[in-house]
Design a protein around this ligand. Structure first.
Ligand SMILES: [Zn+2]
Length: 397
């Protein structure tokens, strides 16, 4: 059984211990000690890392009565070692975890809205509330929680029996039996918890909610505390000041400005595609005038300048709307886009014709017998057009 130093001394950063066992598990070296200050993943709080003698502790696991340290480095049973916790990581976890107690208690006290689960991630943490919380309720709970932070209330730990706990006003029914560890925030919150917490609420710094969404009939609240709140503010500041500069508006005007820009660009896209369709009709008529006539069919095999893939497709569509037309159009530029199309009354298989061009000049594409489209062809335009003409000539139209 490992003595867990963090239960009674959560601010302990380094300690002396004796290695009781060294094993190998899934190719990893795992070590148990007679006592440890390394916190193993549990109750929503992630594990500690750090040093154990000359070895690195890369993960800490809770296993019934023992704490397992996954290490890189060589240790032997009986070794006397010094453990050093990565304090920046642990202190961050303590800020988030204590902040969670305060925030959950605020929702509980103000709105009788219970926290059903807690998860601490690498960047943000979440609590799930039993009932859906309105935006104004969330703001009020955060304000209340920050008052408790700034009042710098004492956070204390004590151990009680299950019977004693049953008589206490715990925020949440304890899930464990036997001796319970209670964490109390003076005159604000009392709950059973095995995690590590700061010793006064002032060390949380501040609590900020960054997102809220509906979740399983309640709300999932995403929040950051202390150092994470400051880093999140910095990220938001950079994003907002960048957007404000580009759009020349004040921060609170951003949503409206972005919406207007999106509507404008949607309008423009619609106008462009309408004009492109009209222009495609004119271009198709011009191409038909110069079409080669073979066996009663009008054949248009052409490269077109100033048209993109969508443009040549629109022209090919306009051409094939006429009767007795075969069209192979390629855009100028590198790589080349190509469209093959034919009228309803022509026997050519457009996708087969395109496949022959793609096999020879590369690129990707496909389509139907009436119209096929490809892109990424590499080669001289004249060679591509010559190959297309040769194929069309070889087919009985
Ligand atoms: Zn806790």
């Amino acid at each position: 059984m490992t003595e867990r130093i963090y239960y009674t001394e959560p601010s302990c950063r380094s300690f002396e211990a004796t290695v009781t066992r060294v094993d190998e598990r899934d190719g990893r070296s795992v070590v148990t000690l007679d006592r440890t200050a390394f916190y193993p993943t549990s109750g929503g709080q992630p594990f500690d890392t750090g040093r154990l003698g000359a070895a690195n502790v890369i993960e800490t696991i809770d296993e019934e009565s023992e704490v397992i340290h996954v290490v890189s480095g060589v240790l032997s049973a009986g070794d006397r070692v010094r453990g050093e916790i990565d304090w920046a990581r642990r202190f961050d976890h303590m800020q988030q975890h204590t902040g969670q107690h305060v925030l959950s208690a605020a929702f509980d006290r103000l709105f009788d809205n219970r926290t059903t689960s807690f998860h601490m991630g690498a960047d943000v943490s979440t609590i799930d509330l039993a009932r859906e919380a309105a935006a104004a309720e969330i703001d009020r709970a955060v304000d209340e929680a920050n008052l408790v932070v700034w009042e710098d209330r004492e956070v204390s730990v004590r151990f009680v029996t299950a019977d004693e706990a049953a008589r206490l006003p715990l925020r949440k029914d304890p899930v464990r039996e036997g001796t319970l560890r209670l964490v109390e925030i003076r005159d604000f919150d009392l709950s059973a918890c095995g995690g590590t917490h700061v010793s006064r609420t002032g060390a949380i710094g501040m609590i900020a909610v960054s997102n809220a969404e509906r979740f399983r009939g309640g709300s999932r609240i995403t929040f950051v505390c202390g150092g994470r709140a400051s880093r999140t503010f910095r990220t938001y500041r950079d994003a907002v000041s960048g957007a404000v500069r580009v759009l020349s508006v004040l921060p609170h005007e951003l949503p409206g400005a972005i919406e207007r820009a999106q509507l404008e660009s949607k309008d423009l896209r619609r106008t462009v595609s309408r004009m492109q369709a009209q222009l495609a009709g004119h271009e198709a008529a011009r191409l038909l005038e110069g079409a080669q006539v073979a066996a009663g069919r009008r054949v248009v095999v052409q490269s077109l300048e100033g048209w993109d893939a969508a443009g040549i497709k629109a022209i090919a569509g306009a051409l094939s709307a006429e009767s007795g037309v075969v069209a192979v159009l390629v855009s100028l530029g590198s790589p080349v886009a190509a469209v093959v199309a034919r009228s309803q009354d022509v026997a050519l298989d457009s996708s087969k014709a395109l496949r022959i061009l793609l096999d020879r000049f590369g690129g990707r594409g496909g389509g139907r017998p009436e119209l096929a489209q490809g892109a990424g062809l590499v080669g001289k335009i004249d060679d591509i057009l010559a190959a297309a003409r040769e194929y069309v000539r070889s087919v009985h139209l």
